[in-house]
Structures are given as C-alpha cells and as structure tokens.
Design a protein around this ligand. Structure first.
Ligand code: COA
Length: 356
C-alpha cells in the first residue's frame, strides 16, 4: 500500500537538508555565516571578505584577499556580444535582463558547462561576482538612454558599481550602508531562491543554470522583489494623511504589506536593526526625513495591529532609494549580494553528490 505523506503549505517545518554555510537562530533572532555572527561581520568586515568566507569556507588571509580582489577587478569588463544583448533588452525589467545575461554567460563556456568541480565552480563564481554589477549598471544606463560607463580597476567593487551607474563615487556613509546591505543580503539558508539553486544542482547541472533559476525565484514580490514593493508601499503611504487609516484600509482589502513577515523569524528579523540604523544615518533631506517618519510609523502600526514585524527589505528598500537608485534596480542589487550564498550552497551540495 502506498503511504501518502501530505507536505505542509510552503514546506513549513520540513527539513530538506542541513548546511554549514549559515545558521538562522529564529528564537534568538541571530544569523551566523560559517559560525560568525553576521551583525559583527557587518561592522568589522568588507563585503569581499564576507563573500570569500561564504564561498571558500574561511575568512581570507591577506594574500588570499589580495588575489580574490585582483581577479574580481580583472573580470569586470563585459565582451561586446553581451553588451549588445543588454542594450537590446533595455526595455525589460532589470531582473529579466540580468537572468538572461547570466544564462548567456553560462552558454559562453560550453566546454566547462558540465564541469562541477569545486575549483571550477569557484572560478565561475568570481567571474559572475565581478560581472553581475557591470551587467546591472550597463542595463541601468542603457534603460535611461545614458552613455555606458566602463568599470575602473582602481575602485572597489562597491565604489565601481556606483561609478558605473552614476558617474560618481558617493560619501563614506553611503558606501558603508551599501556594503552592510550586501553583507546582510548575502545568505539566508534554505530560502526559496537558494532552495531553487539546490534543486537544480541536485541533478548535477551547472552553476550558471542554478544561478539563473535562483534569480527567477528571487524576482517574485514575496521574496527578493519585496524590497522594490516596499518602496511603492511607502510612496503610496506618503500620499495619505494618517498611517493607521491607510493600514486599516489595506488590511480590510486583505492586502499583504510588503516588507513585513518572515517564514522563519517570528520574533523579528535579525538583520533589521543593523539596516535600520544605516537607513537612519542616510537620512538628510526633508523628503528623506518624511520617508523615514512614515516608514517608522508603519512599522509601529503593523506591529500593534497585526503583531507582524518588518523584514530586511523594509529598511533596505528606502535605503537604496536614498542612495539614488531607482526602484527596479533594488532586486538586482540583492542578486549582487546573494550570488555569494547561492554559490556556497551549490558548492556544498555538489561536494555531497555521489556520482554513479
Ligand atoms: N501583511 C499582511 N498580513 C500578513 C503579512 C503581511 N506582510 N505576512 C503575513 N501575514 C498574515 C497572513 O495573511 C496570515 O494571516 P491569516 O492567518 O489570517 O491567513 C498570517 O499573517 C500568517 O502568515 P503566513 O502566510 O503563514 O506567513 P508565511 O510565513 O507563510 O509568509 C511571507 C511569509 C514572507 C511570505 C509573508 O509574510 C509575506 O508575504 N510578506 C510580504 C512579502 C515580503 O515582505 N517578503 C519578503 C520576505 S523576507
């Protein structure tokens, strides 16, 4: 007789595997990457160091970091064919253009497409780690009819990204807030996009296929796309006079409030206090002060009315707005970071696959 096991909605409570990449402690509201507390990493380390930690399983020694950064800088430029493809896709949502570009880059390495050796995956990773910001910035400029700005080796990954988008390097506060957001977004165990990457990897498919699938999963507004939706929510809220009335109206219409709730954290997202602090440090103009006021009011009202707390997207969305990015760029920025966590999981899973 066949025994039927009914899986709970959203696989809630189902353990699909274990991982040493990260640990989410929902009770204590703490997050660890390879045993290191993320709040501490965000204060003390650069995003490059955290990326190395996740993908290579230990914090880099000085010469390892120098080598990692040198490779990242070298791989930034895009070849002409992919530049042309991005310009052809300038009308598309940047997440669609990015997903297509990553798939394209995978197809450009046909002889290595089936190679799932860890060193090959780490090499493919550094290429993507370097080129994803260039793809996003090219698309950003092309979609606005602006001249493309080529990557500059003398700049860090974050500085270079701002320069490729805006032609300037921002203040230290903005760069720090950006790096912190990268560190907080880098990895979060078995979330939907990482699970998608792991499902693809389980067939012994390649890294680019896994990352392409993961980008598709991240795009959804209930996952990574929420950081864009938060900004639309706040723009709408600003037009209303009273936050409580606005929230009541939304909840009466059975609308989900973007940037609130989490599958795992029920006592608060461990990453929110750090990002919220940096959002507040970015606030200077009157428009930004009003945005922050409304954002805080909404968090208070939602907690009081529904007992549902903000997730990382709630401070990250307005922070990216204050850094100067337009809303459709928010989720691609998430990819610039999460490529690290996805790769770490792909490598972990690949190393555990027993090939026949
Ligand atoms: N706004 C309004 N109500 C919400 C809510 C939100 N953001 N998140 C959860 N709820 C409500 C649900 O409607 C449900 O109510 P019900 O019991 O009356 O049906 C209850 O809270 C439990 O929600 P549930 O769907 O079990 O939560 P979940 O753990 O399955 O979902 C999310 C988690 C993240 C999908 C969900 O909170 C959500 O859609 N949030 C908004 C999108 C978002 O910010 N995503 C980024 C996540 S990091």
């Amino acid at each position: 007789m066949t025994k039927i096991i009914k899986a709970p909605k959203g696989l809630e409570g189902v353990v699909v595997d274990t991982t040493s990449v990260s640990n989410v402690n929902a009770e204590l509201s703490k997050l660890f990457y390879r045993g290191y507390e993320v709040a501490k990493l965000s204060r003390e380390k650069s995003f490059d160091e955290v990326a190395y930690l996740l993908v290579y399983d230990s914090l880099p020694k000085n010469e390892e970091l120098v080598d990692f950064i040198a490779k990242e800088k070298k791989y930034r430029p895009l070849q002409e064919d992919i530049q042309k493809m991005i310009i052809d896709l300038k009308e598309a949502h940047p997440m669609d253009a990015l997903r297509t570009a990553v798939s394209f880059l995978g197809a450009k390495k046909p002889n290595r497409s089936f190679d799932i050796d860890t060193k090959v995956n780490q090499d493919k990773f550094i290429n993507l780690y370097a080129q994803i910001p260039t793809i996003i910035a090219y698309h950003y400029r092309a979609s606005k009819g602006l001249e493309i700005i080529e990557p500059l080796e003398r700049l860090t990954r974050s500085e270079n990204f701002f320069n490729m988008c805006f032609g300037t390097i921002p203040s230290k506060e903005i760069l720090k807030a950006f790096e912190v957001s990268m560190i907080l977004y880098a990895e979060h165990s078995f979330n939907a996009s990482t699970f998608s990457a792991r499902v693809i990897t389980s067939t012994t498919s390649d890294l680019h296929s896994a990352i392409t699938g993961a980008i598709g999963a991240l795009k959804g507004p209930l996952h990574g796309g929420a950081n864009e939706q938060v900004m639309y929510v706040l723009k709408d809220l600003i037009k209303s006079n009273n936050t409580e009335d606005w929230l009541k109206e939304q909840l009466d219409k059975k609308r989900k409030i973007m940037g609130f709730g989490h599958r795992v954290y029920k006592n608060g997202d461990s990453r929110v206090p750090t990002m919220q602090k940096h959002l507040e440090l970015l606030t200077s103009t009157e428009e930004e002060k009003l945005l922050l006021k409304k954002q805080k009011e909404l968090a208070e009202c939602m907690t009081k009315t529904k007992g549902i707390l903000p997730n990382l997207d709630f401070p990250a969305g307005p922070a990216y707005h204050m850094m100067g990015f337009d809303i459709p760029t928010f989720t691609p920025i998430f990819v610039m970071s999460r490529i690290v966590g996805w790769t770490a999981h792909v490598i972990e899973q690949t190393e555990n696959i027993e090939l026949l």
